[in-house]
Design a protein around this ligand. Structure first.
Ligand SMILES: O=c1ccn([C@@H]2O[C@H](COP(=O)(O)OP(=O)(O)O[C@H]3O[C@H](CO)[C@@H](O)[C@H](O)[C@H]3O)[C@@H](O)[C@H]2O)c(=O)[nH]1
Ligand SMILES: O=C(O)[C@H](O)COP(=O)(O)O
Length: 318
């Protein structure tokens, strides 16, 4: 284990005041795209977009574009995000020649074809406790250290219990039960990463374009591990962003997410499942105890964007 990685590569968001970030961005001529993947986030996405635009585009010109990728939403996510001022693309309409897949990773992979920043920063659309330093804080290491290619955010993870009467900092259940043990066993050099699954991270475009990208929730683990394997652990840095609260998925939903992460880990240790999806069997409780609940979990990965050529970027009517 590389214990010193934590010392060398851990920062705080206030290590770089906004004026310093702007100066670094100007001096290096680095452009930055913010991408927000969103599926059925009409309740939160508008507030997130407008706050980011007000503080990181209008007040200080840190971001060159703010793009929401609408990931097959069935609510008003796209309209709300557009009304708040974001550029909005439906994932399914981007590079239709490459086919359509579902999932968060798909939205992020497709974002490469409709953005132009040298650095791409990602922010989840379901945040309820957060600040715009979640975006600016990620940029300091990338703008100041040419050797750093991927920056992960970390924070205390609030876990709200149903009813909202009690809160703890035991959120991040898949992180603690699957991602961290997997990393400890297979890639211990990464064990100093506080939130390996954080949805808030930034990457150099040229690296992201070289990586294979799982279409679902495996994207974070895959990008972290692949950056380490390809560029070395010092290409990864992390930034303390304080505290974060988001909308929680059901426990069974997290079970499916866990399977996606295990598939990512298997593939990177030479285990191929030879299939695009796996069936997960889960079981109901209470009056329906023992009733089988089956779902298909996609474990497909998209190839590196650099390998798929340049075609018409947008299809559809939008
Ligand atoms: O098909 C999908 C599913 C989700 N999302 C968006 O992705 C973000 C995160 O999704 P969410 O379902 O809230 O994930 P979490 O349960 O919060 O999962 C955590 O762990 C995942 C696995 O590493 C990461 O992908 C997430 O960013 C991280 O927040 C949100 O903006 C979603 O709207 C999509 O764009 N498409
Ligand atoms: O990162 C995780 O482990 C998942 O997002 C689950 O988080 P939660 O336990 O806070 O819902």
């Amino acid at each position: 284990m590389d214990d010193n990685w934590f010392e060398r590569r851990t920062y705080r968001s206030d290590d770089w005041p906004l004026e310093r970030l702007l100066e670094l961005k100007r001096r290096r001529g680095t452009s930055v795209s913010l991408v927000i993947p969103a599926k059925n986030e009409a309740e939160t996405v508008g507030g997130i977009v407008s706050r980011v635009l007000a503080e990181l585009v209008e007040k200080v010109p840190l971001l060159d574009e703010v793009v929401v990728i609408d990931s097959d939403s069935t609510d008003d996510t796209g309209a709300v995000a557009r009304a708040a001022g974001a550029a909005v693309h439906r994932a399914a309409d981007i590079r239709p020649d490459l086919g359509r897949r579902r999932g968060k990773g798909e939205a992020m992979w497709k974002s490469q074809f409709v953005t132009s920043g040298d650095v791409i920063a990602f922010l989840d659309a379901d945040l309820v406790e957060w600040g715009t330093h979640f975006v600016s804080g990620l940029l300091g290491p990338l703008l100041s250290e040419p050797g750093i290619a991927l920056v992960k955010g970390f924070y205390d993870r609030v876990l709200d219990t149903p009813g909202g009467s009690r809160r703890s900092y035991e959120g991040g259940r898949v992180t603690e039960l699957v991602a961290r043990p997997t990393i400890a066993l297979r890639w211990p050099a990464l064990s100093g990463v506080v939130q390996p699954l954080s949805g808030e991270w930034a990457i150099r475009r040229e690296l992201f374009a070289e990586l294979s990208v799982p279409t679902g929730y495996g994207v974070e683990l895959a990008v972290l591990v692949d950056t380490h394997l390809r560029c070395g652990v010092d290409a990864v840095a992390q930034v303390d962003l304080g505290q974060r609260a988001h909308r929680h998925q059901s426990l069974r939903g997290l079970g499916a997410m866990a399977a996606e992460l295990l598939a990512v880990a298997d593939r990177r240790t030479g285990i191929e499942h030879g299939t695009d999806s796996v069936e997960i069997r889960q079981f109901d409780s209470g009056k329906r105890r023992g009733r089988q609940l089956t779902s298909e979990v996609s474990i497909v990965e998209r190839p590196p964007a650099v390998t798929v050529g340049r075609m018409k970027v947008l299809g559809g009517v939008g």
